[in-house]
Design a protein around this ligand. Sequence first.
Ligand code: NAP
Ligand code: 8YV
Length: 321
Amino acid sequence: MSRSIEIYGRGRLPPRLETRLAEAFTLHGDPDPFPPEDWLASHGGSVRGLANGSFTPLTAELMDRLPKLEIIASIGVGYDMIDVPAAKARGILVTHTPDVLNADVANYALLLLLAASRDLIHQDSHVRSGGWASDGPSPLTHTLEGRPIGIVGLGRIGRTLARKLEIFGGPILYHGRREQAGVPYEFCPDLYDMARRCAALILCLPGGAGTDGLIDAGVLDALGPEGILINVARGSVVDQPALIEALQSGRLGRAALDVFDDEPDVPQALRDCERVILSPHAASATVETRQAMFDLTADNLIDYFRTGTARTPVPECRDMA
Ligand code: NAP
Ligand code: 8YV
């Protein structure tokens, strides 16, 4: 690979990715989360590739300051923080890291579902606090066996999760913009109807303008006081104030959230709420899966500059790779 190719590593790159990119290219680290004027003036004109953390917004304005940019390699499968139409309009290819994280993200959704339904956090504190010894066992919970479970977004992660949910023996329903061919699960075109029928809803769809606030007060009410909401997708897909209201009032049973509106800031009202399990966007955070994501990010950049073709362009850019 050629050292004459300059790559901009945005956000704090993980060491494994940094090492691979530094071996192949001239790698510029991020000066501060946002590049100051003097950095842009000295490097902006020569950067040809960019590795972007999936929480870091990448705007048209920044692309305009990088006139030689050819490829943005996003570290993660969700790319809602990148202005893809603006990138395409400038001839910039965008790649992401699909599939390599399906199993661990699905496993984490399952973990959150089981923990919420069996009240695991409270069971743990009941023992630690001495409550078990002083007051006896904690209240009974509800089983998931044979209960209907709904997945919103039956894509790569959603399908992986659906297969794992089959162990509970209940109906698996899904909602999306269209029915999927060849899956043994029931398609529900009406999200409210699906929420009414399900014991739990698990969100596995992309963030961004098309899904903003899709899970609104009506969906939460349909899920109801015994219902469980699991979000491993993006905070933006849920109306967060409506969720807080539904949890506080008991109109929604429980929630377990890996993602939030304004990460890493989580509203105090959620942090104070006993009906919710909170997780710091950790669904893909295993050593093995993160290594696979970092390697795929590096491979996309290396392959692109070696052959002109990247391994995993985002769907909107497949005609460019
Ligand atoms: P995917 O294969 O593209 O699947 C997304 C699914 O969402 C598709 O089946 C799509 O079906 C559905 N969908 C899209 N727009 C929709 C809408 N407006 N309403 C309802 N359904 C819609 O993506 P994936 O690889 O499974 O990843 C899904 C998302 O998970 C990512 O975009 C990311 O935001 C999130 N994620 C989070 C973590 C984490 O750490 N918590 C890790 C990885 C991924 P239709 O086209 O039929 O509607
Ligand atoms: C990661 C994610 O936490 O892939 C995604 O869309 O949200 C997660 O896998 C993130 O990408 C880490 O960079």
